[in-house]
Design a protein around this ligand. Sequence first.
Ligand SMILES: O=C(O)CCC(=O)C(=O)O
Ligand SMILES: [Fe+2]
Length: 224
Amino acid sequence: MTDPTDDGGTASPTRAAFGESVRRKLDRNPMVSRIDAPALEIYGRQNFMSVEECAEMRAMIDASARPSTLFSGSANADYRTSHSGNLSPSHPLVEAVTGRICALTGLPADHGETLQGQRYTAGQEYRAHCDYFPPEADYWQAMRKSGGQRTWTAMIYLSPVEAGGETHFPLCEFMVPPVEGMILIWNNLDRDGAPNRASLHAARPVERGTKYVVTKWFRERPWG
Ligand SMILES: O=C(O)CCC(=O)C(=O)O
Ligand SMILES: [Fe+2]
């Protein structure tokens, strides 16, 4: 299944098919709204998690959070100053929410990476980055073998934030303020299945309050 000539940076029918199937499913869901961004496929749905579920997941994040690292393994310095931690896939709430994300998107559960929790206190941020893997990165060969390129990202806001903490898509000129319980879903790839630079995004610094999110990244092949 793994094509050794696929560098993850090109058009790909497999990757494009995930774009299309999720787009079709979300477009016909009346609970889901498409955010108006011509260069990016991005959707939101309110009340994806209840306030009780959000509170339980925040407590789990508090228990597991360590200073965040970057995928490249490079020192995160000022780049990703939040705390983060992977959540146990066998925990009933993690299982339930993961199942709901897969039902909403139609994406296969075994393509999803472990749900990751993240907490930002005042002043913390995650500067502009893309969730897809740059094929020129030294870790790409390892990623290619562990499920290949990332396709869609699903992220849920678990807390209201008094000020700051928006998810900013600078090349699309909009940002999403955190709303407790809301899920945001975007395609990191374009219609041809190649990385979409317009998916560049940042978590703006929290100014007041604490921001909690969980993120699930999906791969083009089973992850692991
Ligand atoms: O916290 C946010 O708003 C964005 C998080 C993010 O970019 C990620 O988890 O990949
Ligand atoms: Fe991201």
